[in-house]
Ligand binder design. Sequence first.
Ligand SMILES: C[S@@+](CC[C@H](N)C(=O)[O-])C[C@H]1O[C@@H](n2cnc3c(N)ncnc32)[C@H](O)[C@@H]1O
Length: 188
Amino acid sequence: MSSIVCDIGCGRGAPLSFMARDFPKSQFHGIDVSENCIETAKCRRESMQLKNVTFHLGDALESVEQQDWRSKFDIVYCRDLVHDLQRPDLFLKGVKNILKDEGYFVMVEITAHGKPAKNVDIPSARHMYGASLFRCLPMSLAGNGESMALGAMWGNERALEMLAEAGLKCFRSEEVDTLNTAYYCTKN
Ligand SMILES: C[S@@+](CC[C@H](N)C(=O)[O-])C[C@H]1O[C@@H](n2cnc3c(N)ncnc32)[C@H](O)[C@@H]1O
């Protein structure tokens, strides 16, 4: 079986390259707004001699509005991207445009409650609030226009609400490592 997979906010492309290596019949696309990340990802692709992965320099929201990507992907994957966006609400709505009708959207985000007081038992929470303040919030506030400025600790409750508001049906969510929760969705 072969699939077409897109990793939006792919960073330096490590997860996508390992998937491309392990599933040689499938096609993989990675997109990131950072030139440095895309250059590094392309070097990795060359050194691993991968023919089934393409890296694109571009913006997440623009990518889900791209006409030639309409209904193209079996799987759209984003790890630690959505909270960095200025308008994650518009992005999540747009994801449906580029998913096939039977496609899956997988969003991986930091495990947290929306209310800070509920996070005292999460060992990584103090570190993540700091990282969010100095890296994620500036990233989402950096563009022109209005920003939702979610921050990395936006919380699982809000994530589920926003997926539903975007018309994505989350059929399962689970903690996948000590930091992250994965949300598995289909189009409603
Ligand atoms: C925390 S990193 C995660 C990278 C990768 N997904 C991983 O898990 O290793 C967030 C990535 O999202 C990218 N990013 C942030 N805003 C973006 C946007 N508007 N469009 C595309 N990529 C964006 C950043 O350049 C960065 O590489």
